[in-house]
Design a protein around this ligand. Sequence first.
Ligand SMILES: C[S@@+](CC[C@H](N)C(=O)[O-])C[C@H]1O[C@@H](n2cnc3c(N)ncnc32)[C@H](O)[C@@H]1O
Length: 228
Amino acid sequence: MGLKLDEVVPWGRSFDEYVAMFALSAADLERRIVCCADGPAAFNAGMAARGHFAVSTDPLYAFPAEAIRRRIRETSDLLMREVRKHLDTYVWTAIRSVEELGRRRMAAMEAFLADLAAGAHEGRYVAAALPHLPIADGAFDLALCSHLLFTYSRHLSTAFHLEAIREMARVAAEVRVFPLLDAGGEPSPHVEPVIAALREGGRTVAIRKVPYEFQVGGDEMMVARRAK
Ligand SMILES: C[S@@+](CC[C@H](N)C(=O)[O-])C[C@H]1O[C@@H](n2cnc3c(N)ncnc32)[C@H](O)[C@@H]1O
């Protein structure tokens, strides 16, 4: 996979944020879920704590918890400074201040770190980099990806986005990707060509509003399904 830890800026969201970002219903939580580019998010730990099971994939999981914790310490100030520089590109209602944002993200990442060793042992954390997943065809019902695709639009090509989403669609009947904005809060230029190519390949694709908006205008996800 070749990921170097000093190139990663770990940043993870909470279980509740995942539920809102992907508009997950109680029935969705019972489905077989794989999360791609899940990083130090607390969704998997939250699923396990509630008696559900999800598999998370990310190249970050090749590193032990202590090394990831060190990297979080090294990079979190920089991330918070970036947020402070661009305060008006965020919605400060559910999360009311930069300090609260920092506390919530650190709590989510601590929940992930506390769960990583046991979760990896149980096969819930799998080191893997898109656009390849070491997972059998159709092994999952739902694949989720937050804050990699479209977020890093400047660094990842349309072809990469398409390959990654097709790979998620190979392993799961339904794929949800959030958000559709890039890291600067602009609509991603990859969204339209990706939708067109997926439809041409016989998938049904929809853009759905979700009950979550932290980046201004970032309240939509892409949903792709196999055509029946
Ligand atoms: C901003 S974090 C998002 C983490 C989590 N999904 C969330 O929303 O809280 C982006 C993640 O993408 C991961 N990543 C980078 N390149 C990747 C790739 N090719 N395939 C899968 N994950 C990748 C990074 O390791 C990092 O954990």
